[in-house]
Design a protein. Structure first.
Length: 526
């Protein structure tokens, strides 16, 4: 919190003291934690430039730090505003609010992009750019924001975020210890209900920092679980990587036999009887399915078996056939935009209307764009938002993708989200109905199929890793990385590609999807 900071509302629209505080945090980070990547996000371009100026002043005094700010560094440092931070992730992020009290000690409820439609989604994207830690720098507190019935959803979300930040511990880098019980009352109550049904439970199943809240043990095999129950308690909020919380883990665990049953505490409190009934049915269904087929059970393992053995052994390259069979060609479904070439534009002066050539960003096109976006997601989803912008613009024969094009697609997306026709997980658009994850490989003569690394969902990378391990039967981590990169036509020597694949690989190890013993990776088995 930056005390006595002033937001220059009618002038530069900057908060100089807050910018200085951010610059101090940046240099402190590179002094003590330089191995962790760092980024800064602000609400406005003006505040972004104020921070850059503060950095430049410090670099003149401390030129030895210049190499930390080179743009060509792997996952290098950046300062970006809210509109341009999509797709960028760093280990540590600093979020500068910027807005605050002006020279007359007044705070207006105008927070720039947050007051616009979809502002809450922009904020959610910004605050989930950190893999490990988010540092919030602000000169206002939650109680400075006055909410009313007409307050935009983005402003309400900012209030909730500030309120949350003021109540969590400042040091998020706490060493995680093996839990011995439940960390919330609601989990204890739910576990007690399950025990009353005659089942045994285990709290905090797993050995990564993000654990399943309640594991229900299989009555016929006390070392295995028939169902995992997740609540909206401390574990849900404290995932070490914001991006991994709901996406990679639950999707893959479902594929490998883990069935997840989610319970929201407000619903449990207000409709307990129906929630208990729903839980009973989920357990019953799981047991019935398990008896009909040889379902894969998730076995509880010790901490030692979760980690790759570090002893040095000589590993021969394991040659195997079948790698070329992994994945299917990315199938492009053409988007056909049937729109009027000219439109009538109303004006406030004579002649009060004019005929103009239709443009992508005109409001009259939004319903059609929404329909095409839904078609794209249902046929090719999950797709990255930036990729969706490019595909929709291409349907209009638009080649240059400016801010108006992106904003138009955001509005089309908002229409779909309001009608709950698709889902958004971080930067990826998903069909509403559950889908099977398919590894999609590029087609040499179709440029649209050659996706950027950031445009491939983590789930798809994980499925590629799983298939490589399955075909190989045993493979070294390095060979696994190389073969996985080849599937997507990436250069396995590129550091960015290696980091991306290694992130997924480590999550799969901690989730017991794969195991590594004596430098050989295999699929997990009982």
């Amino acid at each position: 919190f930056v005390k006595d900071a002033i937001y220059d509302r009618g002038g530069s629209r900057t908060n100089v003291l807050e910018a200085e505080a951010v610059a101090n945090l940046i240099f402190e980070h590179f002094c003590h934690n330089s191995k962790k990547t760092l980024g800064v996000v602000t609400f406005s371009i003006a505040q972004m430039e104020a921070i850059e100026e503060a950095i430049e002043l410090r670099l003149k005094q401390r030129p030895t730090f210049e190499h930390f700010f080179k743009e060509d560094r792997l996952e290098g440092f950046f300062v970006k505003n809210l509109e341009n931070v999509q797709g960028d992730e760093r280990d540590v992020m600093i979020f500068s609010v910027g807005y605050g009290r002006d020279f007359k000690d007044r705070i207006t409820m105008n927070f720039g992009p947050l007051n616009k439609p979809g502002g809450e989604r922009r904020l959610n994207v910004a605050v989930t750019r950190a893999r490990e830690k988010m540092i919030l720098v602000t000169s206002i507190r939650a109680n400075d924001i006055i909410l009313s019935d007409s307050s935009p959803e983005g402003v309400r979300t900012l209030y909730q975020y500030l309120n949350y930040a003021e109540r969590v511990p400042n040091d998020l880098g706490i060493t995680y210890k093996q839990p011995t019980g439940f960390d919330s009352k609601i989990e204890k109550v739910i576990a007690s209900e399950i025990q009353n049904m005659g089942y045994k439970v285990t709290p905090k199943v797993g050995f990564s920092e993000y654990r399943i809240d309640i594991g229900i043990l299989d009555p016929s095999d006390p070392k295995s679980f028939i169902l995992g129950v997740e609540c909206d308690g401390n574990t849900y909020r404290s995932s070490c990587s914001a991006r991994d919380r709901d996406r990679l883990r639950e999707q893959i665990l479902n594929q490998l036999g883990w069935k997840i049953h989610r319970i929201w505490s407000p619903t449990w409190v207000s409709r307990k009887d129906s929630e208990v009934k729903r839980l009973k049915e989920a357990i019953k269904k799981r047991l019935e399915n398990k008896s009909k087929s040889n379902d894969i059970s998730t076995q509880l393992k010790s901490d030692e078996s979760m980690n790759c053995v570090s002893e040095k052994v000589e590993v021969k390259t394991i040659k195997f056939s079948g790698i070329e069979k992994i994945g299917v060609p990315y199938k492009i479904r053409p988007l056909i935009a049937s729109f009027k070439q000219t439109v009538t534009i109303r004006t406030s002066t004579y002649p009060y209307s004019s005929i103009q050539k239709n443009a992508f960003h005109f409001d009259c096109n939004r319903d059609l764009q929404s329909k095409l976006l839904e078609e794209l997601v249902n046929n090719e989803g999950p797709v990255h938002f930036d990729y969706a912008v490019k595909r929709l613009a291409s349907a209009w024969k638009v080649r240059r993708l400016g801010p108006r094009i992106t904003f138009a697609v955001r509005e089309a997306l908002d229409l779909l989200l309001d009608d709950e026709k698709i889902m958004v997980r971080e930067n990826f658009l998903w069909p509403k109905k559950p889908i099977k994850i398919i590894v999609r490989v590029p087609v040499s003569d179709i440029p649209e199929t050659k996706r950027k690394p950031d445009h491939i969902p983590l789930e798809e990378i994980a499925e590629a890793i799983r298939l490589v391990v399955q075909y190989a039967i045993g493979i070294s981590p390095e060979s696994l990385l190389i073969e996985t990169a080849k599937i997507f036509n990436f250069n396995p020597k590129t550091e960015r590609i290696r980091i991306m694949i290694l992130r997924v690989y480590k999550e799969m190890l901690s989730s017991e999807i794969i195991v590594c013993k004596k430098n050989v990776v295999t699929l997990f088995s009982k």
